[in-house]
Design a protein around this ligand. Structure first.
Ligand code: ZN
Ligand code: ZN
Length: 270
């Protein structure tokens, strides 16, 4: 193997290759196999940072972390502020912060699926809860920023029990966020497993970043609560619904929720 030329990959990604080559044995924490269409195994959605103030360096740090993966190569660009709705745009991951109110969640990540692939992602960060003393820390804010963007690339959680702290990954539910501000080696290994194939084509005609129509608004808003997210399809260790699905305009929209640990999750009525 000649990996010396892979400057950005770093030790973690090289380890990831070795793990994949050596076969299974890791807990799978992909998000149901959801992934961006790629030409040759590298996801390149444009990350649009619509946040303000101190969120911007957190988004930049999270993207520096995720781009360490050999299978992610995303440009980060500045969007427009006051994008509270954080509407989906093809070929992009939109990142937004706002005071979303007493929604119960610190952050949510939504993806739009079409033709078996992620075509758009959205991450919302809720200042209403990050203003509370127990969440008003860099560790909490960095963990949630890292986790929601990680979902938008197709990762799930390594651990869904808020009462434990089993990993050093941001892809974990925990009430002890210190040390969980970044991806860990399992996350990079999982990305390598998810993006172990390309669909061919070229980045101009193909779907390296969501296919033709990149930048097209999809008219899809992630919403702020179960009534807009759709049907609950996943639950955390405590039985709280944390994943929802709905269909809209030919797209399947799936939302992952990071409830504030102290909050009682609103009942879902159907
Ligand atoms: Zn694929
Ligand atoms: Zn999550």
């Amino acid at each position: 193997m000649t990996k010396r030329n892979i400057v950005a990959a770093g030790a973690a990604a090289v380890a990831a290759i070795a793990m994949v080559a050596s076969g299974p044995g890791l807990a799978n924490h992909s998000w149901n196999g959801y992934h961006w269409q790629t030409v040759s195994g590298t996801a390149t959605p444009l990350v649009v940072d619509n946040t303000v103030g101190a969120w911007k360096p957190r988004v930049a740090l999270a993207m520096q972390d995720w781009n360490q993966s050999q299978h992610i190569d995303s440009q980060l660009t500045t969007g427009t502020t006051n994008q509270k709705r954080c509407a989906m745009t093809q070929g992009t991951i939109q990142v937004c912060n706002a005071s979303y109110g007493q929604t119960g969640w610190l952050g949510i990540a939504s993806i739009s699926l079409s033709g078996g692939h992620i075509v758009a992602g959205s991450t919302k960060l809720n200042d209403t809860y990050f203003a509370l003393q127990q969440y008003n820390t860099e560790t909490w804010k960095q963990l949630v920023t890292c986790q929601e963007i990680g979902h938008d690339y197709g990762l799930g959680h390594q651990n869904e029990d808020f009462s434990t702290d089993l990993t050093t990954s941001c892809m974990e539910y925990t009430s002890q966020p210190s040390g969980n501000e970044h991806p860990d080696s399992h996350d990079y290994q999982q990305l390598a497993a998810i993006y172990n194939h390309g669909e061919g084509g070229s980045s101009t005609s193909g779907g390296s970043s969501g296919g033709p129509g990149k930048g097209k608004p999809l008219g899809i808003e992630p919403g702020n609560g179960p009534a807009e997210w759709g049907k609950a399809i996943g639950h955390d260790k405590a039985g709280r619904p944390n994943e929802y699905v709905r269909n809209f305009n030919g797209y399947t929209i799936i939302t992952h929720v990071t409830w504030a640990p102290h909050v009682k999750v609103p009942e879902v009525r159907h």
